[in-house]
Design a protein. Sequence first.
Length: 765
Amino acid sequence: MKKISFLVITALLLFSGCKLSKKSQTIEPIIETIGGTPVYVSEFSYVYNKNNASNPDAYTKDNINEYLNLYTNFKLKVREAEAMGLDTSASFKKELEGYRKQLAQPYLTEKSVTDQLTKEAYERMKEEINASHILLTVSPDAEPKDTLAAYNKLMDIRKKAMNGENFEKLAVEYSQDPSAKQNKGNLGYFTAMQMVYPFESAAYNTKKGEVSMPVRTRFGYHLVKVNDRRKSQGQVKVAHIMVRATTGLPQSDSLAAKEKIDEIYSKLKAGEEWNALVAQFSDDASSKNKNGELQWFSAGRMIPSFEEASFALQKPGDISSPIQTPYGWHIIKLLEKKELESFQQMEPNIKSKVSKDRSEINKAALISRLKKENNFIEYPKALDAALAMADSSLLQGSFKKTAEAKNNQPLFEINKKKYNINDFFAYIKDKQKVRRNATPSQYMRVLYSEYVNDQLISYEEAHLGEKYPDYRMLVKEYRDGILLFQLMDEKVWSKAIEDTAGLKSFFNKNRDKYKWDYRAHATIFNLADKASIEKLKSELKKGLYKVNDFKFDHIFFAEGKYDLTDETKKAIDNVLPQLGRDKSQIIEISASADYREATGKNADISKKRAVAVKNYLISKGLDSAAIIIRDMGKAAKRSVDKERAMDRFAFIALYSKSLKTLEKNFNEKAPLTLQATEGVFQKGENEILKQIEWKADSFTVDKDSRAYYIIISKIDDPRQKTFEEARGLAISDYQQYLEEQWLIELKKKYPVVINQVEVQKLERK
């Protein structure tokens, strides 16, 4: 992430939009020299203007000098990287080549085609379509006879639909879309940019109630029936409270989530404030600190149940009842609705999607243009000769032909550069894959088409710098950015982390910068009401909280016996996954005596039974320190044999020291009764702690219709941080220090001379 961010800063902040200026016959003015190397006014001025045009302080003396200082520091580091030869390493060249290809992409596109598709998409977005389809799958590179067979079969199905047969029934019977059995071919409502382009076009070009002709996509052939067309619903902005409950949760947890969302909904209906409930109870971390607010969205962009509930809300402030999605339960609040935005507002976003999702259309237009611009000539006879050499090995991915003189005949040429059959076969060797349901000649024709396209694009890439000076300059900027990253990592970033001695020395010299304020070791209990506080205090005194959802049936012993049988061991094994899951758990074992023990015989048998269970748990890897035995006392005398038999048992109960268990117990009946938070809080960090006196004690606070019980165990006085406590911040400061010292050295090595006359000319009076 550091590297990506650094390159973005380098290329976009310093050099965004830079263009190579044409050199005039006169000497170009110089704004500075770095180690004798000139930096031209035009270069600096263009970069400065691009990054400061909207700055109210632009072209003031202070702002120009500040930016020139940053620019000079950048140039110094690049100069040093070049002097060290970092630009000659294989790793550098490989990385630069990767970025070069990325930077070339905007130049390898047809702007007019993108613009046309963008406008078309916007016009289509004004309408939402409900459509059904029937799919017959066909591979993109299937043989012509196979595609024709699928087409003809779909035409027969279309005739049935046109003759009145039910389309849904036909979809269930014939469609090879796996979802057709459930949805009967119905895809619901969608708008532009949500389906593959040929399918979308078929839907938008078909009238309501009609069935399209077969349309080919990468999935196969489709029949599209338009069920309904409606005006765009526009966009909606909502906030939500979410209680997480993903698919596959245990039933008890799913039920608890539903109870919690219902309780929140009840509080909202009773008039409690939305923002407070979001802050206290929503499980969506990304929206919780924004009062639950989500970004604008349109139809087809969210989970259907969430989307339907959102658009159903009518007035800002309206709140939905709890609705379920695969992520959990939600209460949705309408913030705002708006119609479809203008083309000017949506154009950038649509254009980005068009460039990504409809690239094949653009690529076809690009290839057509490149063939014309670069005088592409194809030699059909040579192509036929090459195709004739295809054999079954090609379908197995093992086609291999050694270069032969007879195969030096050209297949095609690009600007008089010839590409022969041997070149093509070398390309096949690297690109071929195992293929089924194809013939060798058909697959070779597919590879030939890919080969032609790749060579046309490669040729264009190699000559982009000649056509587009701004591209050439942008590549240079990324080159400098990569060099700078490597050097900064060596001289500053990694050095600050790895130089422990230097870091500690820096820390010791600057200890006064790294201090703690007063800190409270506190536990904050957020309760539904004051009445719950007394119950909470009672539970806290116990220190152990029973794990109520741990269920264990009694295990029985034969009269006078205390050994575990296979059956009793199996019963214990069934609950082992729930035992010892965390260090806060305590396992309690109790066992009864039997009737004879009550008469004084075998007086210690109940303890032996409990010990037997404990030893078995230890043998399974549980910590003996986390297991306690509770004495049940002697069994009461029974008068019925059946009841005497019931006396002979052992029981396992589970307790926990964790506040999460306490919280769960309180929330069993009312999900929002208690939330507990414990930690060390620096003064001023926590809103609740701001309202109490900072001392070791317990406190009660009322806020947002909730009761808070706070226990402060101790207050730490302000003090200097230890080295380990300050490490992160100290590393950051040390990096800054190292960079400053390094720049001092670079300025000595490469003296900087500023041409103040030219600098002053840039200032606006």
